[in-house]
Design a protein around this ligand. Structure first.
Ligand SMILES: O=C(O)CCC(=O)C(=O)O
Length: 372
């Protein structure tokens, strides 16, 4: 792609902000906070600096030209696609044997369910007694429980690309793995996955099997990472139910479709082959398409990353436990769910699962009520 066309793409976003983006930046400069993901996790507000909507260098037309010129040749098409469309695809990024090891680890969750953090429709649920993963289930932060998973999420091309766009080492800050399609509505991650600078974020979507039509394929609006900002309560990139309410959330989801239709953008789907990885920009609108073939699996692993010099917002909620663990040089991970300071055999104990394991233990310790 010609450099001038790439710059044209960037120009309508920053630094020439559409009205809502400009007022957002001014609101932030005036010292308003950005919230942490409290909707389901009881988060707290996070103070923002005045440049929180500035994002990565790839979003800055003033830097793009010079930086692109120094990009390794094999990564240039990926960089261009990422800047233009808000995502890029690395075919066969993870070797089949490693994907198999990740799947085997996921499937073995029934053997040690108490070691797993499981969510379904935004709520933590008890994995004990759960024979297998159902539709809507997602295992959280699988990388804290397996070295194979860590190696897979940091496969060489992905690691290089993340280091390029972050201009920094990445930290894996959260992951979710699926047996079935998520059917999650079209959304932008900045509403839910909060780094200290909301736009300093990227995610990878790894196919753990060949993905078939009708299985609830990943869907997205190409170019939606340049949509005007939707700001919750007029100033926050992230949604917090107690602060912003459900109708603001519905409004957020709805305006993604109207912005797409105003720009003539049509939804696309990722019919991935096993081992393919799609990397998306913090603000790419994406979700899980409806499952049309009942029972068809759609095994996948999503990992969210932020640059190492920018931290996940949840760090402030777990100051005594927060740890960045180096899997291999330049490949870190952290978690709000696992105590990484107590890793044994490559796996860490759970520190936060929404109170699920505590309630289970209490129930086990409560003596049975005996009849008089
Ligand atoms: O894999 C999917 O269906 C969507 C996942 C997703 O939207 C996310 O992790 O943010």
């Amino acid at each position: 792609m010609r450099m001038s066309s790439l710059l044209d793409i960037l120009r309508f976003r920053k630094p020439v902000l559409p009205v809502d983006r400009r007022s957002a930046a001014l609101a932030l400069a005036a010292g308003h906070g950005l919230g942490a993901p409290g909707s389901q996790d009881g988060g707290q507000d996070v103070d923002a600096g005045d440049d929180d909507l500035c994002g990565l260098w790839i979003d800055d037309p003033l830097q793009l030209d010079a930086r692109r010129a120094g990009t390794p040749e094999d990564l240039v098409p990926h960089l261009d696609e990422f800047v233009r469309s808000g995502f890029t695809i690395f075919r066969g990024a993870v070797p089949p044997a490693l994907v198999d090891a990740v799947v085997a680890h996921t499937q073995s969750f029934g053997e040690r369910p108490e070691a797993v953090v499981l969510k379904c429709q935004g709520a933590y649920i008890d994995p004990v007694g759960h024979a297998s993963l159902r539709k809507g289930d997602r295992i959280v932060d699988l990388y804290a429980t397996s070295a194979d998973v860590r190696t897979a999420i940091y496969s060489p091309q992905i690691k290089r690309f993340l280091r390029l766009v972050f201009d920094d080492d990445p930290i894996a800050m959260q992951s979710i793995s699926f047996e079935f399609g998520s059917q999650q509505p079209m959304h932008q991650d900045t509403a839910y996955v909060v780094s200290e600078r909301p736009l300093c974020l990227a995610a990878t979507w790894m196919a753990l099997e060949d993905i078939e039509e009708g299985s609830g394929e990943l869907m997205y609006y190409p170019g939606s990472h340049r949509f005007g900002h939707f700001l919750f309560s007029g100033r926050h990139k992230n949604w917090k139910r107690s602060r912003d309410g459900d109708s603001a959330h519905a409004g957020f989801l709805g305006q993604l479709h109207s912005q797409a239709s105003e720009r003539g953008i049509r939804e696309e789907r990722f019919l991935a082959r096993k081992g393919d990885v799609l990397v998306w920009h913090a603000d790419l609108a994406h979700g899980g398409s409806p499952i049309r073939v009942e029972g068809r699996t759609r095994r996948s692993l999503v990992t969210h990353f932020c640059p190492r010099s920018i931290k996940p917002a949840y760090r402030r909620m777990i100051p005594q436990h927060y740890l960045e663990f180096e899997h291999e040089p330049h490949c870190c991970f952290t978690s709000r769910h696992y105590d990484l300071g107590r890793m044994v055999d490559g796996s860490a104990p759970i520190i936060y699962d929404g109170g699920v394991s505590k309630r289970r233990l209490q129930a086990q310790q409560t003596p049975p009520v005996t009849e008089p």
